[in-house]
Write a protein that binds this ligand. Sequence first.
Ligand code: SAM
Length: 234
Amino acid sequence: MDRTQPELTNLAAWTAYGRHHIERGTDIPDADRINWGFWPSGPGFEVLGDLSGKRVLDLGSGMGKYAAHLVREYGAIVDAVEASPTQHERAVARHGTMPGLQLIHADAVEYLKQAEPYDVIYSIHGFGYIDPHRLLPAVAGALKPDGRLFFSVLHTNTAGRGPFQSVTAHPEVLPLAGGEPLTVHMWVLGPTLWEDLLVEYGFLVDTIDVLDAPEDSNPVSCRLFRVRRRARPR
Ligand SMILES: C[S@@+](CC[C@H](N)C(=O)[O-])C[C@H]1O[C@@H](n2cnc3c(N)ncnc32)[C@H](O)[C@@H]1O
């Protein structure tokens, strides 16, 4: 299955996003924890368990700040795949010489189809931009039996809209500091729908964490899925 139209729109938006920040010289501080939601609260690195000796992939890694955090603070060996050429360029400029971190510029699905299987794949707000019917079989094929998958996604947006009950992408605003907001198309699905898709493609869901914004006035809510690949097909 080729990239769908919403995914091509997202690639264009994330390319424009990265270009804007390169031209603006935006400096992003290094991560000092993993924020599965958008806030420095809730579960962090410990979700991933012991990563020593494991093959680990960050999917939709952006500037690579979380992958670099795992390598720097915990000595993990991490591959990080990012589709946007400009976000990848920012990642290379920032972390390109870090031993233990491999920054890969590719569509995650195309990459996964030919990758050596991983023990752990995680994604912090990457899954919402990729058609689940294209993404999930590729992730299942690139995880070892019993391999673990962790991903966080939007449950409701800044307008409190969502989740949706069909596997369809909807327009969302991608704010751009110092520029006009960009439009992306995101799969913002209800947890039951995510779970049905995950089971369909060979996973078992262990836990779904609710990650609400810390302020009562902010309607944004995210979900963190902790999943494993079934060791044997049903
Ligand atoms: C919200 S950003 C998150 C970046 C990073 N995980 C973080 O939290 O800092 C989502 C990223 O997913 C990337 N992405 C979207 N579709 C992708 C695909 N098909 N393959 C690889 N990366 C993709 C985007 O380019 C963008 O950099």
